[in-house]
Each structure stands twice: as C-alpha cells, then as structure tokens.
Ligand binder design. Structure first.
Ligand code: F6R
Length: 249
C-alpha cells in the first residue's frame, strides 16, 4: 500500500522523513534502519548531525556500493556514509556492501544477504532513479533477486557522473540489495524531489507492478510512505493526489 505525503520543497521532505525515522528509532530497544546514499537523503543526514538522536541501539544496512571501490575511496558509498552520518553519531553497527571483496562481487553479495538475514530491516529509506531504479535495481531487474552484482545503465552512469571528475571514472557495476531484499523491510520510506523525478513518480503511481519499472515493486509491499515535493509530484493529477494522500491521514 502506497501513501503519499506532499512537501513544499526538499527541506520539508527531509524534515518529514527525519521525523518518521526518529519515531522508528524511538519505538524500541533494538532497531535496524536501511539507508541510502545520493543527494536525496543528504538533508536527512544533516538533521541527524544537528539533532543527534540516540543511536547506540541502531544498526544500519546500506542499499548498495560501487563494485571496485574500497570503502576508503572518496567516491565510495561507505565513505559517503562515514562522512555524512557514521562519523558523527554512535551507531551500534553499520553495514555497507563490500565493493572491493577479495574474492568477488558475487561473494560480497552472498555475505551481505547473510547480514540482512541477521538484521531484518525495520524501516528502509529509499531514493528513486530518474529511470525508476531503487537501490541499483535497474529496469528489467528481477523482483525475486536478493543482493547481487549489477551493471549500471547509461542513464544512471550519466546521473551519477556529477560526483566524479569525468564520466569515465564512474564505476559501471555495483553490489546492490535486490528488490526481494528491499521488500523484506517492515516499512519503506521513499523520498523524491525535483522535476527530474516527476516522470518516475508518475509511473510509480500509475503502473501495475512491472520489472521494466523497478520502483513499481513497492506496490507489492504493505507499508510504503512516499514523501515528495511539488515538483516531483507535478505530473500527478488532482485525483491521484487526493486518492494517495488520503491514505496517509
Ligand atoms: C543510492 C541508491 C540510488 C539512489 C538514486 C537517486 O544508495 O540506491 O538508488 O537513491 O539513484 O539518487 P539521488 O538521490 O542522488 O537522486
């Protein structure tokens, strides 16, 4: 079941999403949060850094990591998470897939599935790609997959090249939680801001679950909250806004 929460802008998305995460953290003694990288969650992590909620009882599992990058590499997702969040708050344990596994990416994926088994996710935070990807599950990814090694599409490499000096430096593969792993989370929180995400949000709302649009898998989950700003919601019509927003009240 999808519930839509409308925010005015990116700042308000971060605020609303932070509140949902803080509530989850405060709800019990042992919590596992699923986390994402990218620009969408940056405002949320900034709120964590300033508000400093209690996190000693919180384990985190990240969605994905570039294949071939050590955790110390400045563009790795492990490094991003350390800089934005983990170096600032005392978490119980933090997990990110190993993008530089000594044996192979497939081995890293297998080990990550074992970690996910031991740490069922209470609340999973997600961004969404312009092509509808969630984590690095690109169009065509199987809804039945656990953690796996995947090729990044041209659209994703282009979008992520803003973090690298040149497009050629963007890794072409990643280790990513699969759709089946993501759907195991008890609750899911997806955030999207800006016009670039409007098409993906429209398709997510309008399409029946289909592997050609990975985010539509979320329609098979009982508890998904989508926090979007006006620009990301700009291709939705009044009826859709009313129907999905009503579910959140
Ligand atoms: C990141 C991830 C990706 C991003 C997506 C949106 O861990 O899994 O799916 O959430 O590419 O990225 P931004 O937020 O940079 O637009």
């Amino acid at each position: 079941m999808l519930k839509l929460v409308l925010a005015n802008d990116e700042k308000e998305i971060s605020q609303k999403a932070y509140e949902i995460m803080e509530q989850e953290i405060n709800s019990k003694d042992d919590v596992t949060l699923g986390l994402a990288t990218g620009s969408s969650p940056e405002g949320i992590y900034e709120l964590f850094r300033t508000k400093k909620p209690k996190t000693n009882h919180v384990t985190t599992v990240n969605l994905d990591e570039y294949l071939g990058l050590e955790g110390t590499h400045p563009k790795s997702y492990r490094h991003f998470m350390n800089e934005k969040l983990f170096n600032h708050l005392p978490f119980k344990e933090t997990f990110v897939p190993d993008g530089a596994h000594p044996i192979s990416g497939e081995e890293a994926a297998k080990e990550y599935d074992a970690i996910l088994n031991d740490h069922p996710v209470d609340l999973q935070l997600l961004g969404i790609g312009e092509n509808g990807h969630i984590a690095f599950n690109e169009p065509g990814a199987s809804f039945d997959a656990g953690t796996n090694v995947t090729d990044l599409t041209e659209s994703t490499i282009n979008a992520n090249s803003r973090y690298f000096k040149t497009k050629d430096e963007v890794p072409t593969q990643a280790v990513t939680m699969g759709i089946a792993s993501i759907l195991k989370a008890k609750k899911i929180l997806l955030i999207a801001s800006g016009e670039k995400k409007a098409k993906a949000i429209k398709e997510l709302i309008e399409l029946a679950p289909t592997e050609t649009m990975p985010a539509t898998a979320l329609k098979n989950h009982p508890d998904v909250t989508i926090v979007v700003d006006k620009k990301a919601a700009s291709l939705l019509n009044e009826k859709q806004l009313k129907q999905y927003s009503k579910m959140s009240s």
